[in-house]
Design a protein around this ligand. Sequence first.
Ligand code: ADP
Ligand code: MG
Length: 690
Amino acid sequence: MDNDYLIKPVQYVKTVGLRRAAVLHKMGINTIKDLLYHFPRRYEDRTRLRPVGACGHGEVATLRGTVLAAQEIKSRRGLTVTKLAMHDGLSIFYAVWFNKPFVKKNFLPGTKLYVTGKVEKGFGATQVIVEEHEIDGGGDSLNMGRLVPVYPLIEQLSQRLLRAMIKSALDGLDGHTKEFLPNNLLVKFSLPRLEAALSGVHYPNELQDTEKARKRFIFEELFLYQLALAVRRRDISGRKKAHRYQTGCSLTLAYIENLPYRLTNGQIKVWEEICRDLESPIPMHRLLQGDVGAGKTVVSTLALLRAVENGLQGVLMAPTEILAGQHYLGMKEVLAAIGVEAGLLTGSTRKKEREELLERIGSGDLKVLVGTHALIHESVEFHKLGLVVVDEQHRFGVRQRASLQEKGLYPDTLVMTATPIPRTLALTLYGDLDVSVISELPPGRRPVKTYAVLPGALNRVYSLIMEQVRQGRQAFIVCPLAEESEKVDLKAAAELAENLAGGQFSECGVGLLHGRMKAGEKENIMASFRRGDTEILVSTTVIEVGVDVPNATVMVILDAERFGLAQLHQLRGRVGRGNHQAYCILVASPKTEEGRARLKAMTRTTDGFALAEEDLRLRGPGEFYGTRQSGMPEFKIADLLRDWKALQIAREEALAWVREDPRFLKPESQALLDEVKVRFGGAGNYFDVG
Ligand code: ADP
Ligand code: MG
């Protein structure tokens, strides 16, 4: 007995076949298991058949009756309306279809029929707008007279067909599945076994069956995921660093003394956590979270210096050339002041310069290297890489992080993100990382005043910009980028910049920045903005992360409804980094409820964590973090907000399991591990388990 049946291609199911399989593929259903794990979105209770007379107006109901007569009407607008007069044993009602010409032919008088749909009671007559129907053949029906599953669908498929396919997949299941969840856990949490759960979720006898089944699948999903994390964590903590940290602190102390400000308590706390990690023989795997502007860069610079004063090299990787350049510029002088040289390596570093850099990195002459993805290139070899820092880590795949780590012998790793992750999620997402949070902003920061306005108010917005510019401040104007036509958008941004430069802002310098520009060009424009030579920067979203120009006080976001909350928050974080009052103006005409809710959330709070919670509520975690980017699997059935308790339990159980059988030697562990690999071990996936 094994799970071979489940991993067979879905066309092995009797009612599926190749053509239908092709449709299923489009929904990501490839194996029989995928099909059986395609869970209903909800259930319709078609158990209680009532006479039409007992149904209320507007109610969705299932009725059974006998066809008396059929009539087809062409409406003036070309709609075909089919009406069947039916009798349910007590009274007459009309079943109505729109544009379904086959109906009249199929249901001759005398046919017994189930119909489901909305009941409309008019003057004297009652009609049902039919959503689903089925001939009552007297036998057992999948679609009527029971709790009927309603599935997420794509257009080429109907509920009826999908139900039939899932039913035959279930029928074929008979004894062919192996339970992979450990027996003691099934008992402990009273969870149904796999086969019972599958039939309970698709064909429940009563609603309770579905709840039990769901409880199992939710636990299963979260437990396997947490197990994968635990395995990964165990592997990491089984490693030993090649280097040891001594206690000398010459560089870090000198750096702190040279800072023009004092570290905040939050920064100090995190710095202490990092120091403990560095001194431990187990490689550090720490996530540093802090809202935009919280001052993560300083902390990471300290960590880099700590590596250097211990004879090691440190590297900092940023997602864009602008960011890498900014980090480099920010570090170069302060490091030089204490006798440490930093290098910058990006895709646009000239060949000669690059060769020289590589040479000095290889020899260990250069201690600190800043750069972009270019750092991952195989030609980059370190003499003694001790610390890897990854900024805005959600922009990188886990693989990229890993390739950088492989350049050292189990180096310490610090990843930083300004994407605020609610605590509920941090555990799930980053169960393999320790998490530090800088929760306070440096003193003197005033919250950015945020307003949402309609496009009609643009002139007033421009006046605000002018006012600020006259006071010596600077402004960003961001135009969104729609993926379908980057060109058109670029043109729009360019035109806007031109119009503004020739119009409202003719007195000031207006710069234009967009993603298609060459790196050198971008850097020039940023440099000019940083120097204050241009006061207004019109840009597509390339400035989204990390840009630090404390003198900028206005952030105008055009078509703001097209951005997600996380992005809006990131963009807003570009201002309010200095001591002046800053403004964020969201210019938008939102068309959806959700769009309005997003803007409202932005004007209500500047707290990234609160916004993240809000977005989680509005759209679900996948949207906020970009599932693939964050390395988080898309959960099929678990909902991280709703199932937060189950998540904690799953985590505890997974940790306990790994503690008890760290090498996965028990047969039950083997079954679990196999399942973990199937779920989370695919190519390009987060886990290299086992
Ligand atoms: P982020 O966490 O977004 O990367 P940065 O490290 O870029 O934030 O810091 C934002 C700004 O705050 C920078 O201009 C930095 O110099 C400044 N800063 C950092 N720490 C402090 C502090 N303790 N006191 C005052 N200003 C600080
Ligand atoms: Mg930063």
